[in-house]
Design a protein around this ligand. Structure first.
Ligand code: ZN
Ligand code: ZN
Length: 234
């Protein structure tokens, strides 16, 4: 078969590398696999960011400085996030393909590792909720990548009326602007999640504002805990 990322032919020969890494279903070649950076070893208790390459000054005990700042601002309840991969340049390229070229089958590349991280941290959650795209963006892309990722997991995808207003891209704004704008997420109808442990799914956690905004809606609607599992941590 051919590598889903670079189209190179993958030989069926088992090398020492494939033997140990067990690239699931061998849908990508060794060279592409090596460029992926897994979050293993020590990571932030809050956002799941790897401490391996993070300089000491960005760390405060078990938390990274980002998470400490979120706690100090106290605008949102704390959220536990875990991610599978470091959002490196290669991952940016892979995700861009996944998002914008409508290459939905790429989800196979991440499937097994995504499920493994789910079992490690979130197996006691009741249901998953993919972070919604605005109607306009979903129309542009033809699918929501968060929904595809959520469908990999052995949990119900909760059908909620939570929606996103089409606003200017958040990444273009400064942090302070992002914090001051109104929450773009809202329920189209009244819903309650009393006592539920919910897991949000998205492709990337960068600033953490998106998952917190959605979590704020769910907490308002009675959720007991809201956590998030994202494919990458920026
Ligand atoms: Zn490849
Ligand atoms: Zn953190």
């Amino acid at each position: 078969m051919h590598c889903l990322l670079c189209d190179e032919y993958i030989s069926e020969l088992v090398s020492w590398y494939s033997f140990f890494i067990q690239s699931e279903m061998r849908c990508i070649c060794e060279r592409c696999e090596r460029k992926l950076s897994y979050i293993i070893g020590e990571s932030c208790e809050g956002c799941g960011r790897s401490f391996t390459s993070l300089s000491e000054e960005y760390r405060e005990g078990d938390f990274c400085k980002d998470c400490v700042r979120w706690k100090e601002e106290m605008k949102f309840l704390p959220i536990k996030n875990r991610s599978v991969y470091v959002y490196n340049d290669w991952m940016k390229e892979v995700l861009a393909r996944f998002k914008f070229r409508g290459d939905a089958e790429l989800v196979q590349v991440f499937h097994a590792n995504f499920v493994a991280v789910f079992h490690k941290y979130f197996s006691d959650c009741h249901a998953v909720i993919p972070i919604p795209l605005s109607k306009e963006r979903e129309y542009e892309r033809g699918f929501n990548q968060a929904e595809l990722l959520a469908s990999c997991l052995p949990l119900n995808i909760l059908q909620t009326s939570i929606s996103r207003k089409n606003t200017e891209k958040q990444s273009k704004k400064k942090r302070i602007e992002r914090l001051s704008v109104a929450n773009p997420f809202y329920f189209q109808k009244e819903e309650t999640f009393a006592g539920q442990h919910l897991l949000l799914i998205d492709d990337v956690y960068t600033t953490g504002i998106t998952v917190r905004q959605v979590a704020a809606c769910l907490y308002n609607a009675g959720a007991q805990t809201v956590s998030s599992l994202t494919l990458c941590r920026g």
